[in-house]
Design a protein around this ligand. Structure first.
Ligand SMILES: NC(=O)c1ccc[n+]([C@@H]2O[C@H](COP(=O)([O-])OP(=O)(O)OC[C@H]3O[C@@H](n4cnc5c(N)ncnc54)[C@H](OP(=O)(O)O)[C@@H]3O)[C@@H](O)[C@H]2O)c1
Length: 343
């Protein structure tokens, strides 16, 4: 079988660089071109010494013949490049938020722009393979989910689908600094972040509408009220989310039966691991795994579910490659089998 020819638009961000690393070592993919704005004309290995083994020059435009493009552009910018690619018959996995929300009106509210391509929102598939595997397989455009959203939705989906919780939910998340991207900003300077932890986006983080959209799809009869508070913590990669919701009366769960609910729901999900102990972000460093630890606070009748992923792995580039695997009928795990780095 001929290798799939892949291109990366905007290789110079953290997601773009992680995609290059993963696609270079993918057994059924040939990375044929990478683009970037300010670094155009430079060797990839000169910009990222860790990628020196990939012999590519960063181009200003994508001019090579490709089967699939990964767009790692900032939000709002992907809308300009995706439609022309689709017209050429090229399939696209978009890492940005530009095609994740089904309701075009939400873009004005959460992202501050009027979506120019509302018809494409209908066509795009939300790329969470644990929920949308079949649609992803036949999609021309996959909207890769946000990093926080991935952890929260995966933690809550089995409970919502099985009708085990009230829809009044709290998601408390902690993210490493690479989640904010490679673009320089004062809030992510070493001396600002080191030895520090803080909450942010208390007025509503942009991943909240994705979380509510996907939970609502699992149970349209529920009116969700989700409080989602992200925190920035001094580590490079990783997101740990602790999700809280009251269990519905009479569901009579035990820790073991709750675990069974998750094992059953994710029985065909190769990157989900249900853990016996609370997971650590270090357990998923550089991997495409999402670890989930469901438990019960029997004193308060709350279910507490902890999820853990690498924001650049299952929360970003890894998940994008997983989606490509499904789109091209490859093994879902191809190129993504690596275990976490330890210690
Ligand atoms: N970081 C994560 O954990 C994560 C996870 C999931 C999804 N995502 C999404 O993936 C996308 C990329 O994220 P990232 O973290 O890789 O971003 P990033 O590290 O901040 O990279 C942004 C890159 O984009 C370039 N750039 C900025 N504005 C541009 C524009 N208007 N046109 C072209 N290039 C532009 C910059 O390069 P120059 O200025 O040097 O040209 C920079 O290299 C975003 O949409 C983000 O929301 C990120």
């Amino acid at each position: 079988m001929a290798k799939i020819r892949a291109g990366i638009i905007n290789v110079t961000g953290y997601i773009g660089a992680e995609l290059a690393r993963l696609l270079h070592q993918h057994p059924q993919v040939r990375l044929v071109a990478v683009t970037g704005r300010s670094a155009a004309g430079q060797k990839l290995g000169d910009v990222f010494p860790s990628l020196a083994g990939i012999n590519h020059t960063i181009e200003a435009e994508l001019n090579s013949e490709v089967d699939v493009v990964f767009s790692a552009m900032p939000h709002k910018s992907s809308t300009d490049i995706v439609a022309p690619l689709l017209k050429q018959g090229i399939r696209v996995v978009d890492a940005s938020a530009d095609f994740r929300l089904k309701n075009a009106g939400e873009y004005a509210k959460w992202y501050g722009f009027t979506h120019p391509l509302p018809k494409l929102l209908e066509q795009a598939v939300f790329g969470l393979s644990e929920l949308h595997k079949n649609e992803i397989a036949s999609a021309a455009l996959v909207a890769n989910p946000g990093c926080y959203s991935t952890g929260a939705i995966l933690a809550l989906a089995p409970l919502v689908k099985q009708g085990l919780i009230h829809p009044d939910i709290v998601v408390d998340s902690k993210s490493g600094v690479s989640g904010a991207g490679r673009t320089l900003s004062l809030t992510t300077h070493y001396s600002e972040v080191n030895d520090d932890i803080c909450a942010y986006s208390l007025e509503g983080h942009r991943h909240l509408p994705e979380i509510e959209q996907e939970l609502k799809e699992l149970d349209p009869s529920l009116s969700f009220s989700v409080t989602f508070i992200p925190h920035l913590v001094p580590m490079t990669r990783g997101i740990l989310s602790t999700c809280y919701a009251k269990s519905v009366d009479g569901c009579r769960l035990t820790t073991d039966s709750l675990k069974q609910v998750y094992l059953e729901f994710y029985r065909h999900a190769p990157f989900i691991q249900i853990t016996t102990h609370p997971p650590h972000t270090k357990h998923v460093w550089g991997t495409n795994f999402c670890l989930i630890h469901p438990t019960i606070d029997s004193r308060t009748n709350r279910l507490v579910v902890i999820s853990c992923l690498d924001n650049l792995g299952k929360g970003g580039a890894g998940q994008a490659v997983q989606n490509m695997n499904l789109m091209f009928d490859l093994s879902e795990t191809a190129g993504l089998e690596a275990l976490a780095i330890y210690p």
